[in-house]
Design a protein. Structure first.
Length: 669
């Protein structure tokens, strides 16, 4: 059956009717492409944020309170913490479930991208708000290509295969759900419009009821709130809604009564955004607080306004380049603070972004969709363009997770319209695009197989300049027990100018593992001299002094760490160790108890507390501490062995024998 567009001739070609389920294909291809990544290990911050995070090991009042209040890593995302804790609850610390859940989220997001993309692509043509004549039926092929690009593009590998980056996936899911609810909300408001795409498929007037639009409005707000609880980058979503009101929804254009019997009240368009903007403002304030806790932003003296602005232009061009040519993708792109701001790369980026912006303005009367897609790209990337720079990261692939939809939509719609009458060529192009992107994704995901592979690639792509790559590579080698390789990586970091933070500390920890406590203490002292605010360096120095038998010096170093950070549980543990070895058992109890109070999910502190109680002859207190520790770490043989000893001291021989047998059984595993 041919489709006739008012004011145009009927097409001589039959309509290309793609089945409704066609949107499943990109999502399924995406799932298959990422399947090998389920064998990847935990990498990068996964250790601190997941593996060694005791608040994810149990879901109780203390852990939930921590999830809602912590600014760990300079971020606030309680819903993400909750999802990671649920993974740990059902799968332990096996990375497979974490990776699988990330993949399922990306699968769902790909489906939503197809659905939302199809609505946005059809809307302007059905409403006459396109600004140009309609061609052949191309919306479903365009939405299909959009979903292929989103699901399979290698720039999204970081967000999908990095377990701790659950934030982008959850935020993306709820942002897309909120966007979908917003589109449904506008449909309900215009239930009497003659626009075919806005007509209800239910009984007549089904979209006209007041309860219908209210439900969609509050559903949209609820999903938006969940997106903010997943990641603060969703703060731009209300501005995106307003942008869509302009095009393609046409809610800001001047209504004509004969064309639109239910014209939009423009005041309503802005008033309805107020609750969303208030939520954005609140989340933005919390995000700034979190970033300041995670690390002080670079001052204008360190990073003046001119470099900041040029760096923003560079980032905008950088992501476009990586979308167009997805090669040399890395986990980390270093920020070059010493580089002259008016360098060739920044100038080229400035002219490219300016040229695209000028072209969008020039073509707006006939192709408004170009300006809408470009503005969406600029708006959604704005929070991560470096105007408030924290850390040494110039850009990150994960930041483009949702902003990429603007350029992807332009490419998909243009290609689908160009080849709308050449079905075979369009199909071949779609298959070729899927195969090429899928292959690139599989290769890129393999670079995240483990920390050594990941940081070796970063060091290769940024040789001699990425101190973070050297430090993380040294840590990865340390975790693998490759001490000589770890020392080489830390020495490489120490050869950089200026010496990066934690390089001396990392080297010292390796030396401790090699039994070179004296040399390790020297590295820790060098770290504290260069960076006197590093509490962890003083704590490590305390540990080195204990290995050397200098318990008084160990006590002083731990006290210094606590002066810098009074809430440092590990420093209290080292202080307790220094007291314990000086036979000051009562002081050791106080220190170990403080560590356990600060991190009640960590069984090590309770185990050490029980040792101090045993030395004081306080058997019941030792038993209680060990029973709590066993509940937290039921597979720890040492805890059951010590619990057996405590019961024996109490005279409870049966319980002692039972726990000692359990300890032996666990040791044999």
């Amino acid at each position: 059956m041919n489709r006739t567009i008012p004011g145009t001739k009927a097409s001589l070609l039959p309509q290309w009717e793609w089945p409704t389920w066609i949107g499943l294909i990109p999502a399924l291809l995406t799932f298959l492409a990422y399947l090998p990544s389920l064998g990847n290990a935990f990498v990068w911050d996964d250790g601190d944020l997941i593996v060694h995070n005791p608040y994810l090991w149990s879901l109780n009042t203390a852990s939930l309170r921590w999830m809602g209040t912590t600014f760990l890593g300079g971020n606030w995302y309680p819903l993400t913490w909750l999802s990671l804790a649920l993974d740990e609850r059902f799968g332990g610390l096996n990375p497979v479930l974490f990776h699988l859940d990330n993949l399922v989220l990306h699968f769902l997001n790909t489906l939503l991208v197809y659905k939302v993309g199809l609505v946005l692509l059809k809307w302007p043509w059905e409403t006459g708000n396109a600004g140009e004549k309609q061609s052949e039926n191309w919306e479903k092929p365009a939405a299909f290509l959009l979903a292929v690009l989103f699901g399979l593009h290698p720039i999204h590998v970081q967000s999908v295969v990095w377990a701790a980056d659950r934030t982008d996936l959850l935020c993306g899911l709820f942002s897309l759900l909120s966007l979908n609810a917003y589109l449904e909300y506008v449909r309900f408001l215009h239930g009497r419009s003659p626009w075919p795409v806005l007509r209800s498929s239910k009984s007549e007037g089904g979209y006209q009821g007041e309860g219908g639009w209210k439900f969609q409005y509050f559903l949209c707000m609820a999903f938006f709130g969940l997106a903010l609880l997943s990641k603060a980058m969703a703060v731009t979503l209300p501005v995106v809604f307003l942008l869509l009101d302009g095009w393609p929804l046409g809610r800001l254009r001047r209504p004509q009564a004969e064309e639109d019997p239910a014209p939009t009240n423009k005041n309503r368009v802005f008033v309805e955004k107020i609750p969303f903007l208030l939520l954005s403002l609140t989340a933005g304030i919390v995000a700034v607080m979190a970033r300041s806790k995670g690390g002080a932003p670079l001052s204008l003296r360190e990073w003046p306004w001119v470099p900041r602005i040029l760096s923003a232009f560079h980032s905008l061009a950088f992501y476009l380049l990586k979308m167009a040519v997805p090669i040399h993708l890395a986990a980390y792109y270093p920020l070059f603070l010493g580089r002259a701001p008016w360098n060739g790369g920044n100038l080229l980026a400035f002219f490219l972004v300016s040229a695209v912006s000028a072209a969008c303005i020039r073509l707006f009367p006939i192709r408004p969709w170009l300006a809408a897609a470009w503005l969406y790209y600029l708006i959604t990337l704005a929070p991560v363009l470096g105007f408030v720079q924290v850390g040494s990261e110039a850009a990150a692939d994960r930041y483009a997770y949702l902003p990429c939809l603007g350029p992807f939509l332009v490419f998909s719609a243009s290609l689908a319209r160009l080849l709308s009458s050449r079905r075979i060529l369009l199909a071949v192009g779609a298959v070729g695009l899927a195969l090429g992107l899928g292959y690139g994704t599989i290769l890129q995901a393999a670079t995240w197989r483990d920390s050594i592979t990941l940081w070796s690639r970063v060091a290769t792509l940024s040789p001699g300049v990425s101190s973070l790559a050297c430090l993380n590579l040294g840590q990865a080698y340390s975790q693998a027990g490759w001490w000589d390789d770890a020392l080489a990586a830390y020495n490489q970091a120490l050869s950089l100018d200026p010496v990066p933070p934690y390089a001396h500390e990392g080297k010292g920890l390796v030396l401790l593992q090699k039994g070179m406590a004296e040399e390790a203490a020297g590295e820790f002292k060098s770290e504290t001299s260069l960076f006197p605010g590093h509490d962890s360096s003083f704590a490590s120095l305390s540990l080195a002094y204990q290995r050397l038998g200098r318990f008084s010096d160990a006590e002083d170093a731990a006290q210094q760490a606590l002066r810098i950070n009074p809430g440092f549980a590990e420093a209290y543990d080292y202080l307790g160790g220094a007291y314990f070895r000086q036979r000051r058992y009562a002081d050791a109890v106080t220190a170990f108890q403080k560590a356990a109070d600060l991190e009640p999910q960590d069984s090590l502190y309770l185990f050490n507390l029980s040792s101090a109680y045993l030395s004081l002859g306080k058997w019941p207190e030792a038993v209680q501490a060990l029973k709590t520790a066993a509940a937290l770490s039921p597979q720890n043989a040492d805890i059951y062995g010590q619990l057996g000893r405590a019961y024996l001291e109490e005279g409870q021989k049966e319980l002692a024998a039972e726990n000692e047998a359990k300890a032996r059984a666990l040791s044999r595993r």
